[in-house]
Design a binder for this molecule. Sequence first.
Ligand code: G16
Length: 545
Amino acid sequence: MTIQTIKTTPYTDQKPGTSGLRKSVKQFKKTDYLQTFVQAIFNTVEGITGSTLVLGGDGRYFNREAIQIILRMAAAAGFGKVILGQGGILSTPAASNLIRKYGAVGGIILSASHNPGGPEGDFGIKFNIRNGGPAPESLTEAIFATSQHIHEYRIAPIQPIPLDKLGHYELAGMPIEVIDPVADYMDLMESLFDFDKIAAMLQSGKFNMRFDAMHAVTGPYAQRILEERLGAPAGTVMHGQPLADFGGGHPDPNQAHAKELMSLLFARNGTIDFGAASDGDGDRNMVLGKQFFVTPSDSLAVLAANATVAPGYRSGITGIARSMPTSQAPDRVAAKLGLPCFETPTGWKFFGNLLDAGRITLCGEESFGTSSNHVREKDGLWAVLFWLNLLAEKQDSVANIVRQHWAEYGRNYYSRHDYEEIDLKAANELMAALQEQLTSLPGKTLGKRTVADADNFAYTDPVDGSVSRNQGIRILFTDGARIVFRLSGTGTQGATLRVYLESYEPDSSKHALDEQVALSDLIQIAADVARITEFTGREVADVIT
Ligand code: G16
């Protein structure tokens, strides 16, 4: 079959952000926009000829068309084989597992994660490397550089592959295997957690849980694992059917967007003991107890402190990593266990080297991400199963487990305030004005706290020595409190300012405060120092998590 070479012109906006290239569907539908970026990936990644590519996405609008295009381009690029999730579906952690398990050269995951979908929503594409993890910065920069010089792409003739039917197909001589997207992932989970113990708890009639799949990719995974394999009652999984527009919702598992789940768990006489949710592509998680929200930072700390309850981590963990804006709760666990704790920039790609080198076992981020060395992505259902394993082992409530953790380690009060869709120029000016204050802040007293240090976070990767600068402005106080300012790298409209607030309270008699109350003075300091209202016109944050 003849491979066609199509002339194209570079797009100047194809620079990947925190996690791949995310743009509006409208942008992705522009002539050859997707093709140009895919060709840039194929021209940049080494060793693709004859190798295997894993392909799938979160099922959002444009997923299926994009998959047919990428299959034709993969055939033209000379891949040896494509492993494709049935229906074009693969959760991000499941794709990461397949890349590792089947020795693929990498994978393409189509998702804009927690961003809304549909014709008016967002789409995204990211490339994961051989270790199953997101491409490191050096590679995303090289892909962007290539995209700026693309003047043609290569594609095999149209030959639609039946995405929904399991089996072996061929496109321009390249074999394609359409696989069950859940099976390999379920096997992996079963190798890590005590499924018998979890099943006994879920079937006991004494434990009530809900998992909100938010009409996104984890629906089929959660139904198969929680309801079919572990025997949780039908109806445990809410919003389990993946929809191209996520049912009009915002598939972001947090207090603001998983409202129905929140109201079930926080009902006055509620009967649900455990609630959890995952995002568009299945890598984020939110964990709730009865009238209790577990911050992602605390979740990482609690799982690290109790890792040995799960069979997969019985022999202990080697170290922990967290992204810089994540609270320092995990650091306290690492210190007590005598383990290293690494502080990386925001972005899962920064954990890859540490995991590959065996220097950490667990890692997590404040942005509802938690995972381990079992894959190279964050993993929503993994975190949920870990919590279920912990609950089954301790036979105690989520709230008690977390409160006991605070009593032992102290509580890191934590919150993130997001100012969304603000003017990009104003956002950059706000950050520049903060940067100018860095040298004058140390030693100053702000409210009741004294600034110990202020900087723009830079990270030197301890494995390969690469340096990443400008990763967020930090104001560090002498009492351990912190305020961090960053601009999001995943939004598609204007800019999103994230303000991360943290304060440490060792005294357990003071652990019962609402976090917004406990952090109120820091919230005010942040607003004053960054002149948020002056630059953004906003009096309060749009989303508080
Ligand atoms: C992505 C990245 C995460 C990051 C998050 C938020 O998550 O994989 O590492 O913490 O975005 O990034 P930002 O603060 O720059 O918006 P996801 O779930 O969107 O792929």
